[in-house]
Design a protein around this ligand. Structure first.
Ligand code: AMP
Length: 302
């Protein structure tokens, strides 16, 4: 495969170059200074941005595809952000299949990859706090204390560096999209946040970089999460909210799965609802551990 790693003005070809089978080469940069040069060259163009932690799958690629449709120039970043991991073991075992990622980005015709090292992104002893209100302490925030501080810290830096017109995030991380929108609103950042649908395996499992950790048996167990969410969706207007949640929880708890939360909430506030007609966007969200792997998923019900 062919891609370019851009070091200032010199271009170095990596790996064994084969005959070009694509017209575009993926350009890879690793520093803020290089991004500034790149932005100067792309002046006047709309920039779509897809921040990721790598271990790319079709969910990530769908964001890149949408960005390519809606912008002149698409930037993807791969950065496994240490400040958003509250469990060091989780950070340690986060998958980093760099070569496979580069190939996927090349095949997706992504224009530019920003792949910084940790010390390019963070100064020593740096601190950060963003007021996220209740969003910080419920659901993911409750089970992963500090997670959204780390997420906002890195996304704000990435927005400053990439200066995107639009940034693309997956609905799979429903609360994350809300948090990012809240930050953009609070800080008046000049970027539009686009929420993209969750991409699933054929069997219904939401694609996730962490799925590689699942054994076949665990993969089968994990399917219970999307089944439980679908069961709630089918119960809308048929059973009460409380009964629908109870049945879905029973489905999960009948398996060897460690349930963290399963809720039906108002999509605008993440507050529990008791009536299907209570809000404009209703969403059912679940988080659970299957073996050692923590998974999240959600479905919009209305
Ligand atoms: P991550 O690499 O896990 O930080 O994810 C990078 C972006 O891809 C985030 O905006 C995620 O919400 C999004 N994403 C992850 N999985 C999926 C999926 N299955 N479908 C759509 N978007 C996804």
């Amino acid at each position: 495969m062919n891609y370019i790693l851009w070091f200032g003005k010199s271009v170095r070809f990596l790996q064994n170059l084969r005959v070009l089978n694509s017209f575009s080469l993926l350009k890879i940069i690793t520093t803020k200074a290089q991004m500034q040069q790149e932005l100067a060259m792309q002046q006047g163009k709309s920039i779509g941005f897809v921040p990721t932690m790598g271990a790319l799958h079709n969910g990530h690629l769908s964001l890149i595809e949408q960005s390519k449709q809606e912008n002149d120039f698409t930037v993807c970043s791969i950065f496994v952000n240490p400040t958003q991991f509250n469990d060091p073991a989780d950070l340690e075992r986060y998958p980093r299949p760099v070569d496979a990622d580069l190939k996927k980005l090349q095949d997706a015709n992504c224009d530019l990859l920003f792949m910084p090292a940790v010390d390019e992104m963070y100064a020593k002893g740096e601190t950060w706090h963003m007021d996220l209100g209740d969003l910080e302490h419920v659901l993911e925030g409750a089970f992963r204390p500090g997670h959204y501080q780390g997420v906002t810290q890195v996304v704000k830096k990435l927005f400053d560096i990439v200066q995107p017109t639009r940034a693309y995030f997956g609905q799979k991380d429903y609360q994350q999209v809300m948090v990012i929108k809240k930050m953009v609103e609070t800080l008046n950042l000049p970027v539009s946040i686009v929420r993209c649908s969750t991409v699933r395996e054929q069997d219904g499992l939401a694609m996730s970089s962490r799925n590689v950790h699942l054994s076949n048996e665990e993969h089968q167990l994990a399917l219970t999460l999307s089944s439980a969410l679908n069961a709630i969706k089918e119960s809308v207007g048929v059973e009460s909210v409380a009964i629908a949640i109870e049945h879905a929880k029973a489905l999960i708890l009948s398996k060897d799965i460690s349930l963290e939360y399963l809720v039906v909430v108002d999509g605008a506030t993440l507050k529990d609802i008791s009536d299907w007609n209570q809000s404009k966007e209703l969403v059912a969200l679940v988080a659970a551990k299957v073996g050692k792997t923590r998974l999240i998923d959600n479905v919009v019900l209305s």
